[in-house]
Design a protein around this ligand. Structure first.
Ligand code: HEC
Ligand code: HEC
Ligand code: HEC
Ligand code: HEC
Ligand code: HEC
Length: 176
């Protein structure tokens, strides 16, 4: 009982602190949760959204096929890349890396950039149904070689848009 009570008070304490942090964050113009230099780790292959979607105009959903129908957007399989790169740019050193993964039948160990904790419920499908554009949350990838995290994904960030767009803000919408 004693442990339960103290765990509870720690939780309440943390929650108060958390609200304080949110208030602090929204009072600043720059959100410290976004690293200014974008990603810290290098991707295994220098894949560029700017050349694929910006220059070649390949649709987002051609590669992120699950976004419309499920909670995750998903990252394309090696096979999807090979569909084009069996023929295209095979002399490019980065495409050579891709061909090596393919020959070895290995998945590409992409580093995930956008992540919400497991206790938060998020679904792409609901947002796409409501016609929220990818860009609102992920920025303009047509101009990015390397994906940069442009949103903090903090609770304050979710709530700000939910209030603006009159989407539900009850706790159990995002915390099941
Ligand atoms: C040719 C396939 C392809 C197309 C087209 C494409 N992507 Fe991607 N996308 C990828 C791959 C591969 C990754 C993982 C590597 C990386 O982060 O660059 C990725 C990563 C991402 C990520 C980061 C995911 C994470 O958290 O790690 C976002 C966000 C994203 N794409 C959004 C988009 C949007 C928006 C568009 C359309 C403007 C788009 N993508 C078009 C292949 C594609
Ligand atoms: C629908 C066709 C298509 C798909 C699918 C595709 N690419 Fe490409 N890719 C291209 C084209 C076109 C170019 C540009 C070639 C050029 O300009 O010389 C390119 C260029 C590249 C380059 C060279 C550097 C650059 O950006 O110009 C790399 C590396 C690359 N792609 C990796 C990938 C990976 C990894 C995947 C899978 C996640 C993928 N591509 C999927 C068509 C595709
Ligand atoms: C309302 C904000 C929002 C919109 C709109 C949105 N995303 Fe996301 N996206 C997120 C969040 C939040 C995550 C992290 C999800 C997680 O960790 O479960 C994410 C993760 C991703 C990932 C990483 C892989 C995955 O499935 O978790 C990709 C790729 C991605 N988004 C692509 C897209 C594309 C493409 C679109 C448009 C068709 C899009 N997103 C629209 C917020 C958004
Ligand atoms: C750019 C605006 C925007 C952002 C950012 C955003 N949402 Fe949403 N969200 C919406 C809209 C619009 C809806 C659709 C509301 C509706 O269908 O009435 C929605 C719906 C939802 C739903 C479904 C609600 C239901 O109908 O049951 C969940 C869950 C959700 N969002 C979670 C999140 C989480 C978690 C985050 C942050 C990681 C987030 N959202 C960030 C705009 C946003
Ligand atoms: C629109 C989605 C959304 C709604 C509604 C929402 N939350 Fe959250 N909440 C989040 C996200 C996203 C995080 C994770 C943020 C992070 O890691 O920075 C979070 C984190 C938290 C945490 C921190 C947990 C921890 O251990 O770090 C608490 C506590 C919390 N929420 C309580 C609440 C309460 C209470 C409500 C209702 C008043 C609520 N949330 C409504 C999205 C939401």
């Amino acid at each position: 009982m004693r442990t339960k009570l103290s765990t509870l008070s720690i939780k309440i304490g943390l929650f108060t602190l958390f609200i304080g942090v949110i208030a602090g964050i929204s009072a600043m113009t720059v959100d410290p949760a976004i690293p200014s230099s974008g990603t810290l780790d290098k991707q295994p292959i220098a894949f560029s959204h700017k050349s694929h979607s910006g220059k070649e105009e390949i649709a987002c959903l051609y590669c992120h096929i699950y976004a419309e129908r499920s909670s995750v957007a998903g990252v394309p399989s090696v096979q999807k890349c090979i569909g084009c790169h069996k023929m295209i740019a095979i002399d490019d050193p980065e495409v050579q890396k891709l061909l090596t993964y393919w020959d070895n039948r290995e998945p590409i160990p992409w580093i995930k950039i956008y992540n919400v904790p497991d206790f938060v419920y998020f679904s792409h499908r609901m947002h796409l149904n409501a016609e929220v554009a990818c860009e609102e949350c992920h920025g303009n990838l047509l101009e990015m070689d390397e994906v940069k995290k442009v949103s903090s994904l903090s609770m304050g960030w979710c709530l700000e848009c939910h209030k603006k767009m009159k989407a539900p803000i009850d706790c159990n919408v995002c915390h099941k």
